[in-house]
Design a protein around this ligand. Structure first.
Ligand SMILES: Nc1nc2c(c(=O)[nH]1)N[C@H]1C(S)=C(S)[C@@H](COP(=O)(O)O)O[C@H]1N2
Ligand SMILES: [Mo]
Length: 332
């Protein structure tokens, strides 16, 4: 998820806001991290977003969207929740910029109403949903999921939504439908980076039909009891908790049922680094860095000790059987 950045953590003015002592103490870790290329951009964004977090949304600002506790197995991680201010100011949403603080800064231009999601392709009942109808299609549930980014950080967020399977059942996929492609908004007028060469727009993602049907795969409309803030993918996004964060496409406009494995945004950008499956797997390194550990955002700051990354992000019991017999090194 890292592209050459204009930021160099050590030259960035905000770097001075990090106390020399913590810099010193974290230095060895830091140097190791620098070697991965991740540090420059991340250090700059972390410092920059501290100030931003003071101003940006906190729960209580957006429309309420409460959900009943989910009964889906594995839907409630017992981990401590990430602070709302961290979850809403440390984001990847490249349509609004490549710095972690950019989406919170820039995504106010996203127009989430009117909004439609078109469900098409190999289904008996293709349908265009107005967002209001999609919201009411099934009861909203609260699910506390970990989301782990391929860059090595993770968060724990109380999402609100319902299983994507609820929608899929209603449109009746045909026997030839083997995959689901997700297409997100690409609007040059409101998204400053659409048109840049960072990615091939629109941002798209895909799942195998059985992955899309798995009850843990969430169509999310809210978090922390409120509708999604724009930077987190309003008005509707995917959350696939056992896969790296980039599979969880934001601001969906099309859901398409297809026969062949669809292309995906990061696979198109760097095929040797980002495969179609992208299951969280501590045993398969990213070609440029390890995936064995992660930092929980907000836990202990930038130089926190890493925690071990779990197979399938801790959801192995629920989803492991989907990949029985597959070579997960080959299908990364
Ligand atoms: N449309 C779109 N969806 C996207 C992205 C993006 O750049 N554009 N980034 C992905 C990545 S890399 C991650 S880690 C998650 C981050 O979700 P969050 O900001 O809610 O934590 O969104 C994913 N969905
Ligand atoms: Mo990510």
């Amino acid at each position: 998820m890292l592209i050459p950045s204009r930021h160099d953590g050590f030259n960035h003015p905000h770097a001075s806001e990090i106390t020399p002592r913590s810099v010193y103490e974290g230095r060895r870790d830091m140097l190791r991290w620098m070697a991965t290329g991740a540090a420059g951009a991340a250090l700059a964004s972390w410092a920059g977003r501290e100030a931003l977090a003071q101003q940006v949304a906190r729960p209580g600002k957006l429309a309420a969207l409460p959900g009943a506790k989910s009964a889906v197995a594995g839907a409630v991680a017992m981990d401590k929740l990430t602070d709302y201010k961290d979850a809403s100011t440390y984001n990847n949403y490249y349509e609004f910029g490549v710095d972690k603080a950019d989406p919170a800064r820039n995504a106010h231009t996203l127009k989430t109403s009117p909004w439609t999601v078109e469900v098409e392709g190999l289904v008996n009942k293709p349908r265009k949903f107005a967002i209001e109808d999609l919201l009411k299609l099934s009861p909203q549930e609260e699910r506390i999921y970990r989301l782990r980014c391929v860059e090595g950080w993770s968060m724990v967020i109380p999402w609100v939504g319902y299983s994507l399977a609820e929608l899929i059942k209603r449109v009746e996929p045909q026997g030839s439908a083997k995959y689901v492609e997700f297409v997100t908004l690409a609007d040059k007028a409101t998204m400053p980076y659409v048109g840049s060469r960072v990615l091939d727009w629109p941002y798209t993602e895909g799942l195998r039909l059985d992955e899309a049907m798995h009850p843990l795969t969430l169509l999310a409309f809210g978090m922390y009891g409120e509708v999604l803030p724009n930077q987190n993918g309003a008005p509707v996004r995917l959350v696939v908790p056992w896969k790296y964060g980039f599979k969880s496409a934001k601001s969906l406009v099309k859901i398409r049922f297809v026969e062949k494995e669809p292309g995906t945004a990061w696979n198109k950008a760097a095929a040797q680094e980002y495969g179609f499956y992208s299951n969280v797997n501590p045993n398969v390194d990213h070609p440029r860095w390890s995936q064995a550990t992660e930092r929980r955002i907000g836990e202990d700051g930038l130089f926190a000790k890493k925690r071990k990354t779990l197979m399938f992000n801790g959801y192995e019991q629920q989803v492991g059987q989907l990949y029985a017999g597959m070579d997960l090194k080959k299908n990364y």
